[in-house]
Design a protein around this ligand. Structure first.
Ligand SMILES: *Cc1c(COP(=O)(O)O)cnc(C)c1O
Length: 419
């Protein structure tokens, strides 16, 4: 049989209609528990679920209890594995629960965590507050640093022998700075002694279509499935993917934290996955048009979009190696400051003023006073988050309508309407 592409399998993979009255779509298995045929079967299922023995060849884990497994959860996890070519996947009730579970499993009190900065606000808070309070030290590096500089930074902490995880987010929010995953793999291996130091990548911005971190040396890929995977701004969910061994650890902790996604959320995500590729590709085509349009607009000082990177630069080299597309997230500096940015945001008619991203509708926000309001002024300056920066998540609308909306809102900004 021909090896089929993920988009061809999103309607069928992992679902057997004959087990559900022939229903072409999986029903919502709104149940807490599952009936065992025999006591022996129940015993065998628990032996596998609790890792008391190895699974024998061809043996599948039977359904036990919806905190451990549920058909909607399992079908979804099997389908998500296809995009990233991962052994296993675990779906969570939010992106943050996926991230915090991974960090709790792989980073222990006394350990050192190396992470790329800036990182998502919730992740940043978890690292600097919760992890710090339980005795985990952390050190952040920025996209402009070379491998040698990152190694020096880790050595400078005096705790290089305690490095237990490298956590990355690329492209970084909101400026789209790119982190070299392969270089970070080398940093992790440089400090590894007897056991591998896992590299985890938050792939929310470019995955699962345009970036596959496992191919570049990452061990774990994380998602806020609230964003492109869900894609309709109507649910909160997260996912982690990776090899069997590391995923068993993630799964076991999920079983005991009980932060898996519900059958209904999984069912919605299954529906979303059927259109994932067409949605993301349309969003990307729209973003390319808008990036070009903004680049040439007199009211725009600078556009941040991977597609606009200068060939020959280090950033462009990472972009070419790591990504299949420039994506559908872009940021730009409006000419002026907060007053001008707010006039523009308040003047939009089609594009919605809201945080979050990756959805069918275009969303716009002001990082300085919204998503990144909690970042210190010095840090913001370093990261290029100024009062003129605007972040746009491009949706599936007609791109000329989006351009019209941006144009008419820019015209309402006082400095431009005067001349
Ligand atoms: C939204 C987001 C998260 C958090 O996900 P939730 O689903 O909101 O918990 C983590 N990382 C990135 C890059 C995000 O955009």
């Amino acid at each position: 049989m021909k090896e089929l592409q993920p988009e061809s399998l999103m309607m069928t993979h992992g679902y057997k209609p004959e087990l559900s009255e022939g229903a072409v779509k999986p029903p919502i298995f709104q149940t807490s528990t599952f009936v065992f045929k025999t006591a022996e079967e129940g015993k065998a299922f628990f032996e596998i679920a609790y890792g008391l023995r190895e699974q024998s060849e061809g043996e599948e884990l039977g359904l036990i209890y919806s905190r451990i497994n549920n058909p909607n959860l399992e079908i979804l996890e099997n389908r998500l594995c296809l995009w990233d070519k991962a052994d296993d996947c675990a779906v969570f009730e939010s992106g943050m629960s996926a991230i915090s579970t991974v960090l709790l499993e792989f980073v222990k009190p006394g350990d050192l965590l190396l992470f790329s900065s800036p990182t998502y606000g919730g992740t940043d808070h978890f690292i600097h507050h919760f992890l710090k309070e339980i005795g985990v030290d952390s050190v952040g590096f920025t996209a402009d640093m070379t491998m040698e500089e990152i190694i020096e930074l880790v050595e400078g902490t005096g705790k290089a022998d305690k490095l237990s995880m490298v956590y990355l987010e690329t492209p970084a929010n909101p400026t789209g700075d790119l982190i070299d995953i392969e270089a970070c793999r080398k940093v992790a291996d440089h400090f590894a002694t007897d056991k591998r130091i896992p590299v985890a990548v938050d792939n929310t911005y470019m995955g699962p279509l345009w970036s596959h971190p496992l191919e570049h040396g990452a061990d774990l890929v994380l998602y806020s499935a609230t964003k492109y995977i869900g894609g309709h701004s109507d649910l909160i969910a997260g996912a982690v993917l990776g090899n069997k061994e590391m995923m068993t650890r993630v799964r076991v902790l999920r079983t005991f934290l009980g932060n898996m996604a519900s059958p209904h959320t999984c069912w919605l995500l299954l529906r979303s996955l059927e259109t994932l590729k067409v949605r993301m590709e349309q969003q990307m085509r729209n973003a390319e048009q808008l990036a070009l349009f903004l680049e040439n607009h007199p009211a725009v000082a600078k556009v941040y979009y991977p597609g606009n990177l200068e060939p020959g630069t280090r950033e462009h080299d990472i972009y070419k190696r790591q990504y299949k597309s420039a994506g559908a997230m872009l940021s730009f500096d409006i000419v002026g400051g907060e007053a001008e940015a707010f006039q523009f945001l308040n003047g939009l008619k089609l594009i919605k003023l809201a945080v979050s991203l990756g959805s069918t509708e275009s969303l716009v926000q002001h990082p300085d006073t919204m998503t990144h309001a909690g970042v210190s002024p010095e840090e913001k300056l370093k990261l290029g988050i100024t009062s003129s920066l605007i972040r746009l998540s491009v949706g599936v609308e007609n791109y000329q309508d989006l351009m019209w909306d941006i144009e008419q809102a820019l015209k309402k900004v006082s400095v431009f309407s005067m001349n």
